[in-house]
Design a binder for this molecule. Sequence first.
Ligand SMILES: NC(=O)c1ccc[n+]([C@@H]2O[C@H](COP(=O)([O-])OP(=O)(O)OC[C@H]3O[C@@H](n4cnc5c(N)ncnc54)[C@H](OP(=O)(O)O)[C@@H]3O)[C@@H](O)[C@H]2O)c1
Length: 265
Amino acid sequence: MLILVTGGTGALGTVTVPRLVEDGHTVRVLTRRPRTERDVRGDLETGEGLEAAVNGVDAIVHLASAPHKWNTPRVDVQGTRRLLGEAAQAGVGHLVYVSIVGVGTVPSRYFRFKRQAEELVVEGQVPWSILRATPFPEFTEGMLRTFSRLGPVVVPARTPWQVVDAGEVADGLVSMVGHGPSYAVDELGGPEVRPFDEYARAWLRARGSRRPIMPVWLMGRTGRTQRQGHLTTLDGANGRKSWQDYLDECYGTSGAKGVSEKNPS
Ligand SMILES: NC(=O)c1ccc[n+]([C@@H]2O[C@H](COP(=O)([O-])OP(=O)(O)OC[C@H]3O[C@@H](n4cnc5c(N)ncnc54)[C@H](OP(=O)(O)O)[C@@H]3O)[C@@H](O)[C@H]2O)c1
């Protein structure tokens, strides 16, 4: 099949594209900055290049997103609407959309736009499948770096957390492409649901750091829904790679590799 991947240059996209190729598909990647022969220029925010990008395509794997940016609604919501419109015109047979576990219940600006994009996919004319994933380990490590800028690692108190390997999410997306439209929202999470502070502790241990951990109580519905476990999935906990596996790959099993507390990077 000829598959268009939006967001094919991003963290999830770069592990999804080779898997689609391995599975025997021909892949076209939509990007604002084409670099390889596979890439076609296009911008979800303006609609530039979308008509040509969907031409002749059997399925679309829609991963592109502008998280935490001022233009999130223009890319994630209006961009998805534009993509669906062009895809319907071109007779594309399947759109696979990646979303996030908890978008329906945890209040956050980004989640609200992801949820609106999901609704457009569900209500649109293009046959669809949706996969909601829990956070990737790289994203979680980014959070931990941000949370430790001031010294102690500030973590949300009593908050269950679950990371899933991006490669395993990519496997799920490739499988969805192969099976055809499911008209269902599936979930995928990693093998472990553990309190966020345990993630922080394991991260500090792997880096050989003795920084203290400071749990904070998040107020309001955001904190409450997170503490209730809405960012995690038990039914979809089918990932195999754990947080510790990720840390072992990054830092080695025997502790910090090339990282010192004076120079944490
Ligand atoms: N990160 C996580 O932990 C996580 C967890 C669950 C689900 N997800 C979902 O997975 C998806 C991919 O996340 P990621 O972490 O791989 O994202 P990422 O690394 O930030 O990549 C974002 C991608 O979106 C594309 N993009 C942004 N604005 C665009 C525009 N105006 N037009 C066309 N393309 C645009 C970028 O392409 P160019 O820059 O090449 O144009 C890039 O390939 C997102 O939908 C996210 O919600 C992420």
